[in-house]
Design a protein. Structure first.
Lengths: 485, 458
């Protein structure tokens, strides 16, 4: 991942930015390194109205880093920014379980109609939901829901310095071209973090992270799997090697709103022409990384069924012919767009050999690519999605639900939407999982997307550095770090 | 949320970091490609080594376009790298311009071919207009290069006599022929071989981050070899090692080329050493000593990057050539050819080895270790991070990995802290490279053995 595109929680949709934001701005709940939900700014919460209402009770005497009070109304103000129709978050649909949120987002209601209210006196935030949504307390652990100070609008990205106001464990005191400097927030709710200053380095001048770590210039560094293989046997570095969980899925998507992929038969043809499992196995060299569904391992309730489309080139050719493109004849030019994919060459080769279609690929800067997905999606693209929270719907309804801003292929399936709604409203986990299973089967059949591989990661953590564990959501909680004495 | 840049294997050139300049110059335009709203003139490109590459495209627009992009393809890369260029505010005849920065970490290797096309989209959702292509090769223009060509290799040098160049050419051609014969392939595409005569110029050519022990580097994407050889050294023994070593990589790459999977590095490097210097006494001794000391890294640990410390790095090469030597002794040269061809068919490591010798990689690894009389290497990691301080009320996470392996690491001694962040813990600054996952490497460097580096001392 690269340097953050922004440090405004309401402006970003990528994990690299979220990893920084999570240190600067705190959420009401959070997931620890074991992915157990823990209270953060909220001291507790309760469910009412058969799960249709959640009331968060804030910790007493919460403060921003400048000493100003952090109130329930700050929470509401921060959350409404996500669905502000004037500048919505790329992850706005995380709020769509809240009454009135979708209407406000679509400009069909005003903010007052959104079911999020504050009682500053009682220190409570009340959330009214459109359905019983037991996972809402999980959802608000996403860095998108972090609480920001008043007046942050339009200033978050140029506020580094002594005046920076944080609600998280750290303040951003310096923003340079090749690094950020964070300093402990003395008013952090859990007490000042043990490590006073942290530098986030984004440019090592051509050195590898392993070299920089060995030189003592880094104390924690994400590294590639190709280094982890030898480091595992290195007597000095091996004990400092960390296996980093990653709740992420690599997938291809299609723009289902226009030809040729508006025809389900074309999508099915592409989905069945390629041996996705084999491509993943060959590219990742790790059988554990081969995707069997959109939902990666580690997500509660995930099904172990393999719902990746079946590899059946003959059926694919038949489907393509029925769609009006026999042997690929007359098929329009299609380019796979991404910010970098390890699978494009293989996909292009297999589509060519099995369907007679010549695809091309284009790679662009991540920020430009993400903007393109939002506003003018390519006909076919590749994306890696990491969990905002460890729930199945973050990889299903979030990415494929009708009207979701992250439904980049603009897929619309009432059948899928109904299954998702049933899953979210289910009274128990078994019923919910059965509904999500149905949704996955629909995705397998209609192929608006095709999952390829699951993420994994490695890091080096300095001996004596405590608490440097990632939780699968893409970041370490810096406020939980300390040096062993 | 999106996981962000996952360009793990992208070969796109580094993206320009400097601004875009749009010039409102009135020009006579040649309508080489016409659409309703866009007329393209003849594009141009200029490059200055170590500085940048400037692309220009005269264009006539009916109105301000919604999007302007520059599509760049480079040697060996399958797809285009797309650069969003700020669109002009209005229509008319203008020159679109973009400067690709090639300084610092945006470095581009010399001899990289570029082809660029401009793409203009009048409105979001509309079909774009694509301009004509323009091509260039990014040359190291700091020197006046001489060139001598053979059937496959083209040697370029700037210091030394014709004899020097021809000697380098002979070494190169011989190496290509020998490797092609061993691997059962035919090399037809040209290989460019650039010889630098001084260290700084050489390092400048390879870019930042080049290690001190690099005396040569092959880049398969552009089929180019770079080496540091002073004219007076052309007859030194190490030269006849360095050149073949790097050229083996280029032949190997062509022989195994497939869109799915690249073979393990130990096989690539092992072959390069085997064919350039053999499994010599120094490497035999290094491997034997490591086997005795229990410091061997198994082949499965040498599939990707090699260790960074000088000794471990050198041992990795020695192990690699030892394994290749064992492969040929145990299974013969035909099996090696079969192995290479299996990779070209797009097989996993296990499939390729099984097809060639009836053993998967682990089986071969075990047989090699047995041949050496070595015990199975022991892992030293990964280990779980020791727990840090937790807020009051939070329960400690349960370590789930490597508990037995790391029980004696001593790093978990202070893992029982559970105060609110200040529980007697050391306070200090530390640096974290959490943002550094994507390297976006354009060139995959191959490195010489330490011994060759020592011989190259300049």
């Amino acid at each position: 991942m690269g340097a953050p595109t922004s440090i405004d929680p309401a402006a970003v949709g990528d994990a690299g930015s979220a990893a920084v934001i999570a240190q600067l701005f705190e959420t009401l709940t959070t997931f620890d390194s074991a992915r157990t939900l823990q209270p953060a700014l909220a001291e507790s919460w309760r469910s009412e109205d058969s799960g249709r209402r959640v009331v968060f009770h804030l910790r007493p005497v919460l403060k921003f880093s400048d000493g100003s009070p952090l109130r329930a109304s700050d929470v509401v103000r921060s959350w409404l920014r996500l669905i502000d129709p004037a500048s919505p978050s790329p992850l706005a649909s995380l709020m769509f379980d809240v009454k009135g949120a979708a209407d406000y987002f679509h400009g069909q209601a005003d903010a007052a109609a959104v079911g999020v209210t504050a009682d500053d006196g009682a220190g409570e935030v009340t959330v009214d939901l459109v359905r019983p949504a037991g996972d809402f307390v999980d959802i608000v652990a996403s860095p998108s829901f972090a609480v920001v100070p008043p007046g942050i609008d339009g200033t978050a990205d140029r506020a580094a310095g002594d005046a920076f106001v944080a609600s998280g464990g750290y303040r951003l005191v310096e923003s340079a071209a090749d690094h950020l400097t964070l300093r402990a927030n003395p008013n952090y709710w859990a007490g000042p973090p043990a490590v006073d200053e942290i530098r986030l380095v984004s440019d090592l001048g051509g050195r590898s992270p392993v070299e920089a770590f060995q030189a003592g210039d880094l104390d924690y560094a994400s590294i590639g799997g190709s280094d982890a293989t030898w480091i595992a046997y290195d007597p000095a570095l091996g004990p400092q090697l960390r296996e980093v969980p990653s709740l992420s899925t690599d997938y291809y998507g299609f723009d289902t709103s226009r030809p040729p992929f508006d025809d389900v038969r074309v999508r099915q043809a592409f989905a069945q022409a390629v041996d996705w499992r084999r491509i993943a196995r060959l590219a990742t060299d790790d059988p554990r990384s081969v995707a069997t569904s959109m939902v990666p391992p580690g997500i509660a309730g995930r099904s172990d069924r393999d719902v990746v489309p079946t590899h059946d080139p003959a059926a694919a050719r038949d489907l393509l012919a029925k769609a009006g493109y026999p042997a690929g004849a007359g098929f329009p030019d299609v380019t796979i767009a991404s910010s970098g994919s390890p699978y494009d060459d293989a996909v292009i080769a297999e589509i060519h050999s099995e369907l007679g279609i010549t695809l091309t690929s284009e790679t662009m800067d991540f920020t430009d690519f993400f903007d393109r997905l939002d506003h003018d999606p390519p006909r076919m693209w590749f994306l890696s999605w990491i969990a905002d929270y460890p729930g199945r719907n973050d990889f299903l309804g979030m990415l494929l639900g009708t009207g979701s801003p992250s439904d980049y292929g603009r897929w619309h399936s009432p059948e899928f939407d109904a299954a998702i709604a049933a899953g979210l409203a289910a009274p128990d986990s078994a019923t919910a999982n059965a509904a999500f299973d149905r949704a996955e089967t629909i995705v397998q059949r209609d192929a608006p997307v095709v999952p390829v591989a699951y993420g994994s990661g490695w890091a080096l953590g300095r001996t004596g550095l405590l608490g440097a564990s990632e939780n699968g959501l893409g970041f370490v909680r810096f406020a939980g770090l300390a040096w062993a004495q | 949320m999106s996981a962000g840049d996952r360009s793990r294997t992208t070969t796109a050139p580094a993206r320009a970091a400097i601004g875009i300049v749009l010039s409102a110059l009135a020009l006579a335009l040649v309508p080489t490609a016409a659409r309703a709203a866009t007329t393209f003139g003849s594009p141009t490109v200029e490059s200055t080594f170590g500085t940048g590459i400037t692309f220009r495209q005269p264009v006539t627009l009916d109105a301000a376009p919604a999007r302007v992009e520059l599509l760049i393809t480079t040697g060996g890369s399958g797809g285009a790298s797309v650069i969003d260029v700020t669109p002009p505010a209005g229509g008319g005849s203008i020159v679109l311009e973009h400067r690709l920065n090639t300084t610092g970490t945006e470095h581009v290797l010399p001899n990289t071919p570029f082809t660029a096309r401009w793409r203009v989209t009048s409105a979001i959702g509309a079909d774009p207009a694509l301009g004509p292509p323009v091509s260039t090769t990014y040359v190291d223009d700091r020197f006046t290069w001489q060139t001598v060509s053979g059937p496959v290799v083209r040697v370029h040098w700037y210091q030394g006599s014709q004899v020097f160049g021809e000697r380098a050419l002979r070494i190169g051609e011989d190496a290509i022929a020998k490797t092609a014969t061993l691997l059962g392939v035919t090399e037809k595409e040209p290989v460019d071989f650039f010889v630098y005569a001084d260290q700084q110029a050489f390092y400048d050519a390879l870019g930042p981050g080049t290690r001190e022990n690099v005396g040569g580097q092959a880049n398969a994407e552009i089929r180019t070899l770079f080496a540091l050889i002073r004219p007076e050294d052309i007859d030194a023994s190490w030269v006849s090692i360095v050149i073949p070593h790097e050229l083996v990589h280029l032949v190997f790459d062509a022989a195994v080329k497939n869109p799915y999977h690249f073979p393990p590095r130990w096989l690539n490097e092992g072959l390069a050493v085997y064919l350039s210097q053999g499994f010599d006494a120094g490497d035999r001794s290094a491997v034997a000593n490591a086997a005795k000391a229990g410091t061997l890294v198994p082949l499965t640990g040498l599939g990707g990057q090699f260790p960074t410390s000088a000794d471990a790095f050198s041992l990795a090469y020695a192990e690699s050539v030892s394994a290749v030597d064992f492969f040929i002794r145990a299974h013969g040269q035909d099996a090696l050819v079969a192995l290479i061809r299996s990779y070209a068919d797009g097989r996993t490591d296990d499939e390729a080895f099984t097809a060639a010798i009836g053993q998967d990689v682990s089986g071969f690894d075990a047989a090699w270790l047995a041949d050496l009389g070595a015990a199975a290497p022991q892992r030293a990691g990964p280990c779980p991070a020791p727990a840090g301080p937790l807020p009051v009320g939070w329960t400690a996470a349960v370590a789930s990995q490597g508990t037995t392996l790391c029980a004696t690491s001593g790093t978990a001694a202070a893992a029982t802290q559970s105060a609110n962040g200040l529980g007697g813990l050391a306070v200090g600054a530390f640096v974290v490279a959490a943002l550094l996952l994507a390297v976006g490497a354009f060139a995959v460097a191959t490195r010489l053995t330490r011994r060759a580096r020592d011989d190259t001392a300049t």
